[in-house]
Design a protein around this ligand. Structure first.
Ligand code: PLP
Length: 453
């Protein structure tokens, strides 16, 4: 393994060359270093998939989906089939037929929520309060449409309360949805245990993997999860392409959510009406010409991710999460959401400051525009997790989210800038909460922030 180094373009990031992220090599406004800590929203884009997409668009460009038989169409057909097979392999799926291409996680969840067939007696859908709106709202709308009960399982500091979830799951449950990793709390939710619990009651499980696959691997057959979804852009791939995984026999029970060209074997006349004879999954869900260029980009993105030294990547991100949590915990006025021992499993740290003089939105502008040497990108607000923020009565939180290219120095720059902003808006020195104990041997102490206060 080659450890990640700071700056420059020569270093290797766990099998992903730093040069693979061209945006990192360019300054902001011609002079500032980009410190990109908004990876949960979207990761910076990898070079190789972008180049592959450009080549495909310019050199290929025929339509796939079994429409035409000429050379360009065959090329697209092959490219789509290759990505489908690569995605199936990446997720440990039993067959490429279990992979449906969508425009992203949002469309994937909508497909599932709308298409899941009604089952007599199963009138309840369970979600958690950690759900992103892209997972909550599709199930909310489905429940509203069909008069089902939508039950929100509460979490505590980002943890599933397993006992109370066990009390909620019953023979009436149709499906249990969880985020594999919360886009606010980070951490990791125990999919295997949720699958055991739900399957014992005969319910399906959906895992929202949008914040998980960046630095973790999933094996859908090992966990037994019935449905899962993710987006390419959060892995450094293209916008506008994602995946719904579903067990093949289950996918074929779902109603097509966007019927159209390419989804039917033909139309049959019965009762005076021409009725569709829908193809099996995945084609029944891929109506109309697809984002073939994006699909090619996804294929290349997964190929790069296959090469990543995953334990090393996780160790690196864990160290960044730990450094951030410790740095923030050292401040009297910042409150981190969640517990360090759970947060280090994920890639996200969120916090808030309960002081009316402190504005997270102003902080974001300050970090982006007002620092002399850096431009630091973070996310502030509710992060489309309105359920959670509503329940915690938080108006806005600040979120740092990490990927392979982030460094400890960037965490420190953020912490210094945060203190600078705090001093400027609140007007009193920001001191470390406690004196740190002497560093233990073999461990690098988290850097003291606000040392200039
Ligand atoms: C947990 C989670 N689920 C779903 C989504 C929606 O993903 P997309 O916008 O790519 O469809 C996001 C996006 O941030 C997310 O964090």
């Amino acid at each position: 393994m080659t450890r990640a180094a700071h700056g420059g373009g020569r270093e290797t990031f766990f099998g992903l060359g730093r040069g693979q992220f061209p945006r990192l090599l360019r300054a902001v406004e011609g002079r500032k270093r980009l410190v990109y800590l908004d990876n949960a929203c979207t990761a910076l884009k990898l070079r190789a998939p972008a180049e592959k997409m450009r080549d495909f668009a310019l050199q290929g460009g025929g339509c796939a989906g079994g429409r035409s038989m000429h050379a360009l169409a065959r090329r697209s057909e092959e490219a789509v089939a290759q990505t489908r097979a690569a995605t199936a392999a990446y997720l440990g799926a039993a067959s490429p037929r279990e992979i449906v291409f969508t425009s992203g996680t949002t469309e994937a969840v909508n497909l599932l929520a709308r298409g899941l067939p009604a089952s007599p007696g199963r009138r309840e859908i369970i979600v958690t309060d950690l759900e992103h709106n892209s997972a909550y709202l599709p199930f909310y709308e489905r429940a509203r449409r069909d008069g089902l009960s939508l039950i929100v399982a509460k979490t505590k500091r980002g943890r599933l309360d397993f006992k109370s979830l066990a009390r909620l799951v019953s023979k009436k449950t149709m499906l249990v949805a969880i985020p594999r990793s919360s886009n606010v709390f980070g951490g990791v939710l125990p999919l295997d245990a949720v699958c055991d619990l739900a399957h014992d009651a005969g319910a399906f499980v959906f895992a929202d993997e949008a914040q998980y696959l960046q630095s973790h691997r999933e094996d859908v057959q090992e966990s037994g999860v019935d449905f899962a979804a993710f987006s390419a852009h959060k892995l450094g791939g293209p916008f506008g392409v994602g995946v719904l995984y579903g067990k093949e026999h289950l996918l074929n029970t779902l109603e097509p959510h966007k019927p159209g060209g390419g989804t039917v074997a033909g139309l049959k006349r019965s009762g005076g009406v021409w009725r569709p004879d829908y193809l099996d999954a995945p084609r029944r869900f891929e109506g109309g010409i697809q984002n073939y260029t994006g699909i090619v980009g996804l294929g290349e993105t997964l190929r790069l991710h296959e090469r990543v030294d995953r334990p090393a990547l996780r160790a690196h991100i864990t160290s960044l999460v730990r450094r951030s949590v410790r740095g923030l915990s050292d401040l009297r006025w910042a409150r981190v959401l969640g517990e360090e021992r759970r947060l280090v499993e994920g890639s996200i740290v969120s916090f808030h400051v309960q002081d009316k003089r402190f504005s997270a939105s102003d902080l974001a502008i300050f970090l982006d525009q007002d620092l002399p040497r850096d431009s630091i990108a973070v996310r502030v607000g509710e992060h489309c997790a309105n359920l959670l923020h509503g329940r915690l009565r938080l108006h806005e939180t600040v979120r740092l989210s990490f990927f392979a290219y982030n460094t400890a120095r960037e965490v420190d720059r953020f912490l210094d800038a945060l203190c600078e902003y705090y001093r400027a808006c609140v007007g009193r020195p920001a001191m470390p909460k406690t004196r740190r104990p002497p560093a233990r041997r073999g461990r690098r102490p988290a850097r003291k922030v606000c040392r200039r206060a």
